[in-house]
Design a protein around this ligand. Structure first.
Ligand code: DGL
Length: 274
């Protein structure tokens, strides 16, 4: 039955595991199929046409795989390619921009919202446009922080180097009057502590993972797509054999970085051509 199928998640690489983690926690009865496009990462420096093409190929792979719903965990792909992905597959598609923007608007009192993301996401103005739609009086300041991605993957999130990079990127945001800052890239939650130190405790950091998980839970409920099997939360662990992981290259590296992100390497991990 359709409701017993897994949920598909894709990202340009390993960063989407932060979204997988949130989904796994919120929906312990569900199974997940994760695709990390490690052969073509990063998306954040690429053009609209290229990101659209990659995103559509990823979505088709997961749809062919038999998934009941698709989560575009990558902020860049969500910002640039959500309409193309929705046209390409017939299952419901959830991106990360709108849930993150909604959470930011709900948490901001001053209506001054910061967004940090990849160059492509910032260039697309996807967060600014979505926030303007939700709260026309809100002022949005966006910055790209490309070096955060390799720092997170290298396991350098809490190092002096990361702190210096964060200070350099975020110095002007700290004094810009924003009261919330959206971590608009899959990797940035890994650097949460460092980013918080750089902007100061007065600014609330927003991660879209939880909001995305909530939206997926609602959608499954509304469309009667929730898995019928009931699992005890304690039966599940991140990366267990109920969830399948695919990468387009360098599976060993993915396993190593995933271990850092999740606490353990995925049990079922396979390199595929899409
Ligand atoms: N997954 C990307 C994002 O969330 C970050 C890494 C990349 O540039 O591909 O925007």
């Amino acid at each position: 039955m359709e409701r017993d199928l897994p949920i598909g998640i894709f990202d340009s690489g390993v960063g989407g595991l932060t979204v997988y983690r949130a989904l796994h926690e919120r929906l312990p009865n569900e199974r997940f199929v994760y695709l990390g496009d490690t052969a073509r990462v990063p998306y954040g420096t690429k053009s609209l046409t290229t990101v659209e093409r990659y995103a559509v190929e990823n979505a088709r792979f997961l749809a062919r795989h038999g998934t009941k719903l698709l989560v575009v965990a990558c902020n860049t792909a969500s910002a640039l390619a959500l309409p193309a992905v929705r046209r390409a597959v017939s299952i419901p598609v959830v991106g990360v921009i709108e849930p993150g923007a909604r959470l930011a608007v709900a948490r901001s009192r001053r209506r001054r919202i910061g967004v940090i993301a990849t160059e492509a996401t910032v260039r697309s103005r996807a967060y600014a446009t979505t926030i303007a739609h939700l709260a026309p009086d809100a002022h949005v300041i966006e910055r790209s922080c490309p070096l955060f991605v390799p720092l997170a993957e290298e396991g350098w999130a809490d190092t002096t180097v990361a702190r210096l990079v964060a200070e350099e990127y975020l110095e002007d945001l700290r004094d810009s009057g924003i009261d919330v800052l959206v971590l608009g890239c899959t990797h940035y939650p890994i650097l949460r502590r460092t980013i918080q130190q750089a902007v100061g405790e007065g600014i609330k950091l927003i991660e879209s993972g939880e909001a995305v998980a909530e939206e997926v839970a609602q959608l499954l409920e509304e469309r009667s797509l929730s898995a019928r099997v009931k699992r005890d939360e304690r039966e599940r662990r991140l990366g267990d054999d109920l969830d399948h992981f695919y990468v387009t290259d360098a599976a060993e590296r993915f396993a190593r970085v995933a271990e850092r992100f999740l606490g353990q390497a995925p049990t079922v991990l396979e390199a595929v051509e899409i």
